[in-house]
Design a protein around this ligand. Structure first.
Ligand SMILES: Cc1ncc(C[n+]2csc(CCOP(=O)(O)OP(=O)(O)O)c2C)c(N)n1
Ligand code: SF4
Ligand SMILES: [Mg+2]
Length: 324
């Protein structure tokens, strides 16, 4: 099998001049106003195009896109359970390969993409995902991370950030909200030694779409983790989604990077980060945090950034030098 680096050398890059006009995921869905998750989903679908076969775990994006008898999907789409998007995508990939081998269908170059929320990825779907990544199926897994179980009423997940108030990690006199640190899913995916892993934010829509183009060009499994603002669950205005998606990167809370054949590449170096407080103060889920709590978060973000730079230096010294 060729490497990801080889496969993506001539990938079809999206620029402002050639943004695809087709909408495999169309308007008319029922997401909340200002939903960053549905914007991310639309961008992914645009980047893949009409050859997309979508495997969709239950969660907000499935609920808002498929209320019978309507659907926002203009491509083959299968709804699966909360926990098994990666397992079903594996089956679709294996079945399609077998049918092509037996001459029952032509190879039209379909791209299989599994979609799940952070709960469907980092919690209940983790085992299915780990298995699919390890078996080496040729598919792309997209985690749409809005940092809680939004579809069922804003319950915490292992991807909820420290200090966030949710209905199952409420802030109050005895609690600061979520007491654990966010699970680092992209690093867990990278630890499976898959050929392509990336993080993306809808505030950088071209970067997001091009990472998806690279993911689908990669033979074997690819994992893309997309930060997905949820104004409803984060208790902020619908007009703030893009600003939030930008600030989370500019504060280094959610770094943008790729891991190509095990080599880490920072896709947006943040030389002069903004203080995390700027990001936290935009969302009412963090409004109970005191200055000393914010300092704890700042220290953790600083340490995580240094750790990430360490991975870049260790695996990709040339890129690290350029970034300095
Ligand atoms: C086995 C199982 N447990 C619980 C549920 C109920 N359930 C459906 S979606 C969901 C939360 C989804 O959260 P996430 O994956 O983060 O997606 P989001 O809605 O936030 O986009 C839950 C708990 C279910 N469908 N199946
Ligand atoms: S609850 Fe959040 S993720 Fe779900 S549709 Fe509304 S804004 Fe989007
Ligand atoms: Mg979620």
């Amino acid at each position: 099998m060729i490497s990801a680096a080889e496969a993506i050398k001539n990938y079809e890059k999206i620029t402002p001049k050639n943004i695809p006009l087709a909408e495999p995921f169309s308007r008319g869905h029922r997401a909340c106003q200002g939903c960053g998750e549905v914007l991310a989903l639309r961008l992914v679908a645009k980047a893949v195009g009409q050859n997309l076969i979508a495997v969709s775990a239950t969660g907000c994006m499935e609920i808002i896109s498929s209320p019978y008898p309507q659907t926002a999907w203009n491509v083959p789409w299968i709804h699966v359970a909360f926990e098994n998007a990666a397992a079903v995508a594996s089956g679709v990939e294996a079945g399609r390969k077998a049918l092509i081998r037996k001459g029952r269908i032509a190879d039209a170059g379909a791209k299989i993409v599994a979609f799940a929320g952070d709960g469907g990825t980092a919690d209940i779907g983790m085992q299915a995902l780990s298995g699919a990544l390890e078996r080496g199926h040729d598919f792309t897994y997209v985690c749409l991370d809005n940092e809680a179980y939004m579809n069922t009423g804003i319950q915490r997940s292992s991807s909820t950030p420290f200090g966030a108030s949710t209905t199952t990690s409420p802030s109050g006199s005895k609690s600061k909200g979520q007491m654990t640190w966010k699970k680092n899913m992209p690093m867990i995916a990278a630890a499976h030694n898959v050929p392509y892993v990336a993080t993306a934010s809808p505030a950088w829509h071209l970067d997001l779409m091009n990472k998806i183009r690279k993911a689908i060009a990669t033979p074997g499994p690819a994992y893309v983790h997309i930060y997905s603002p949820c104004p409803t669950g984060w208790r902020c205005g619908p007009e703030t989604s893009i600003e939030t998606a930008r600030l989370v990167v500019q504060t280094r809370i959610f770094p943008l990077y790729e891991v190509i054949d095990g080599k880490f590449v920072l896709t947006r170096d943040i030389k002069n980060p903004k203080p995390v407080e700027e990001y936290l103060k935009m969302q009412r889920r963090f409004r109970h945090l005191k200055p000393e709590d914010i300092e704890v978060i700042q220290k953790r973000v600083d340490a995580d950034w240094e750790r990430l730079l360490g991975f870049v230096k260790a695996t990709n010294p040339e890129a690290a030098e350029k970034a300095e």
